[in-house]
Design a protein around this ligand. Structure first.
Ligand SMILES: [Zn+2]
Length: 356
């Protein structure tokens, strides 16, 4: 039954607005019973857990159930840097970060990864909206270990600790956060801390990256040490990016990194190198090639839906979370009726007039 209490336009899957895309072996429109389930089970063809949801069913509020579907609406891609003791332009106080999760949850948002956006696998129940969480720079406050009697525990005051704790009381909050990591920067921005900085040991780095991948978070490259890519020649740009990819591969062999975040939001002079390129290690002669499906800008507001013909995965806008920016963004999306809202049916793209 497609009878709705409000006026929406339903677009069936077509070549213009495909409901499924590359890597998905279920052809559009061929689903029968169970085709519109909430969670997509992991398929053997998916090498990265970030491509599928890790959420369990949750409860919808009355406001969630009443929200009109709009799958050509905008998606907030929220961007965090430091998580710690105080709020600043580049930092979120940990209590405030926890409140951000609750704010988004209560306003009907659930996390999805960039991979899920790219693959149009935003499998949320009807009335809910996607939010993409992106953590830049791999600082220790995002993911800390505490060593107790020889055992490693995730620091409950670090970003990952807060996230996992929130998930215990909100089981439909999936582990779809995206970590855009530096692998060799100063001040512990090297896979979440090294050399004892903030109590983090160098030998814990790969274990942290692997934990994220194993638990459904998406790994994203943010270069080796955060150079301003516009200031350097092509060969240097490619080395910075390729060495970030190589480091992730050392931590999680075979992981396909699909997303790249521009350091400082600055494009290299040769913009094509942000998407693909190669670097030859002068010592070993080994060639590393990289190719991304998505490039993240540093700002620009809520990004377009992947169902929107103007969606450009090579320039995904983000929202820097500081002060009240998050609340203001969510208010604007509601006021303008421009928010992506799922219809709960992956075979159909529903939109409100005036969107897309
Ligand atoms: Zn950065």
């Amino acid at each position: 039954m497609l009878v709705r209490q409000y006026f929406i336009v339903l677009i069936a899957c077509s070549s213009l607005v495909a409901c499924q895309s590359g890597g998905d072996n279920a052809a559009p429109g061929t689903g029968t019973a169970g085709a519109a389930t909430v969670d997509t089970p992991a398929r053997s063809t998916d090498s990265n857990p970030a491509n599928t949801s890790t959420a369990l069913p949750g409860k919808l509020s009355a406001a969630d159930s009443a929200r009109a579907p709009n799958e050509l609406g905008r998606i907030p891609v929220v961007e965090y840097h430091l998580i710690g003791d105080s709020d600043s332009r580049w930092g979120r106080e940990r209590g405030r970060f926890r409140r951000d999760l609750l704010l988004l949850y209560e306003r009907g948002y659930r996390p999805v990864s960039i991979s899920q956006v790219l693959d149009r696998k935003i499998d949320l129940p009807r009335g809910l909206s996607p939010v993409v969480f992106v953590f830049d720079d791999a600082s220790p406050g995002q993911f800390k270990y505490i060593e107790r009697n020889g055992e490693l525990e995730i620091d409950p005051g670090s970003g990952v600790g807060i996230w996992l704790d929130f998930r215990k009381s909100h089981p439909d909050w999936s582990n779809a956060g995206v970590f855009c990591m530096l692998s060799g920067a100063a001040a512990g921005r090297s896979f979440f801390g090294d050399k004892g900085i903030e109590g983090q040991k160098s030998e814990w780095r790969f274990q942290k990256v692997k934990f994220l991948a194993d638990n459904g978070f998406e790994l994203c490259n943010h270069t080796l040490w955060h150079a301003n890519l516009a200031k350097y020649p092509d060969a240097f740009v490619q080395e910075q990016i390729a060495r970030g990819v190589l480091a992730i591969d050392s931590a999680v062999p075979g992981y396909k990194v699909r997303t790249f975040a521009l350091p400082l939001g600055v494009w290299p002079k040769n913009r094509a190198l942000a998407k693909s390129g190669s670097w030859t290690d002068p010592k070993s002669g080994k060639v590393t090639r990289y190719y991304f499906d998505a490039v993240l800008e540093v700002s620009g507001g809520p990004t377009r839906s992947p169902h929107d013909p103007k969606f450009n995965p090579i320039s995904i806008n983000r929202i820097e979370v500081f002060g009240d920016e998050l609340e203001r963004t969510l208010d604007r999306l509601d006021k303008n009726n421009s928010r992506y809202v799922s219809d709960g049916d992956p075979r159909i793209v529903a939109r409100l007039p005036g969107n897309g």
